[in-house]
Design a protein around this ligand. Structure first.
Ligand SMILES: Nc1ncnc2c1ncn2[C@@H]1O[C@H](COP(=O)(O)OP(=O)(O)O)[C@@H](O)[C@H]1O
Ligand SMILES: [Mg+2]
Length: 301
């Protein structure tokens, strides 16, 4: 296999380049991404919301100097939104203008030209000029099973047949990242096609590095407290009391909020007052009571 331009030569080099793009990957995630690039396989990232799945695709695009093309999945997503559709309005206008001037066959040929094609991300990814694109198929668990079946075919061949125009093959195969929040199991066949990585919450050190990088204006002691407090909320015995633990996005937002409030350090009052930045569910905000906060703020022994 030919080596791709801009692809860092080792796992460490990739991790470092990602860090340069503001993304902090642990060793296992960096390995998965490195292998996906080297083997030319799609990478499926599963994990809780807010752990950095989408962000990895953005950072990879930056590192590889490739265009990022994003397909956001949802229930009812159809091929014409994912792949292509004909621009009916423009076609109709053309037909009307051509009325009386060209034969109906001619007119039909004219309106099925690439000019009238609206390219959606999956087709754009095939036609991206070198060095090619990073294709992010985001939250694939939200799409339905027929779409998954279609996706499987697409990932297998990186080509698409457009009846009126013929087959479009990838100029350069896109670097493909699929993400799932695991609201349902994906089909085995899709998983088999991909390399797989479960993205976990970061450990305290990595989270601290992220908060520092994203909120450089936060005082060092505050950033440390934020990372420690959030790490505690995600671990026993606290984690069990929440429906959904705060993600990295919440830690970053929280640090920003505390800076906006001119806070130099955490205390139980400010934690409770800003609970809505950490948790997005009423029950979780309620579960973050004074007693729990005081306990979780105590220094580690
Ligand atoms: N490893 C990371 N390094 C730097 N920032 C991160 C990392 N993971 C998450 N973030 C931050 O958290 C936010 C949410 O991450 P995102 O990728 O949207 O989560 P997910 O797609 O898993 O729900 C990002 O915008 C980014 O600010
Ligand atoms: Mg996401």
């Amino acid at each position: 296999m030919t080596s791709l331009p801009h692809v860092p030569g080792s796992i460490d080099a990739l991790a470092q380049a990602l860090e340069g793009a503001g993304y902090f990957a642990d060793r296992r995630l960096a390995t998965a991404a490195f292998l996906a690039l080297r083997l030319g396989r799609p990478l499926l990232l599963e994990g809780e919301p807010g752990v950095g799945k989408t962000e990895l695709a953005k950072a990879l695009a930056q590192v590889l100097a490739r265009e990022l093309l994003r397909l956001q999945c949802y229930d009812g997503l159809e091929q014409r939104e994912a792949l292509y559709e004909w621009n009916y309005a423009a076609q109709l206008l053309h037909l009307r203008a051509a009325e009386g001037k060209s034969s109906s066959e001619e007119a039909e040929r004219e309106v099925y030209q690439p000019h009238y094609l609206i390219r959606r991300p999956l087709l754009q990814a095939l036609q991206a000029p070198p060095p090619g694109a990073v294709l992010l198929i985001d939250e694939v668990d939200r799409a339905d099973e027929p779409f998954e079946a279609f996706l499987l075919e697409y990932l297998g061949e990186y080509q698409v047949s457009i009846p009126e125009l013929g087959t479009v093959r990838a100029t350069v195969a896109p670097v493909t990242i699929l993400t799932s929040n695991r609201t349902r199991e994906l089909h085995d066949a899709v998983k088999r096609r991909c390399l797989y990585h479960w993205v976990d919450y970061p450990d305290r050190e990595r989270e601290l590095a992220i908060v520092r990088a994203r909120v450089p204006e936060a005082p060092a002691a505050l950033a440390e407290q934020v990372a420690s407090f959030v790490a505690r909320l995600r671990s026993a015995p606290y984690a069990g009391q929440f429906q959904r633990a705060p993600g990295i996005a919440e830690s970053v937002e929280w640090a920003r909020a505390l800076v906006a409030l001119d806070r130099l350090q955490l205390d139980p009052e400010v934690v409770q007052d800003t609970a809505g930045v950490l948790f997005k569910q009423r029950e979780d905000v309620a579960a973050l009571g004074q007693e729990l906060i005081t306990q979780a703020l105590e220094p580690e022994i």
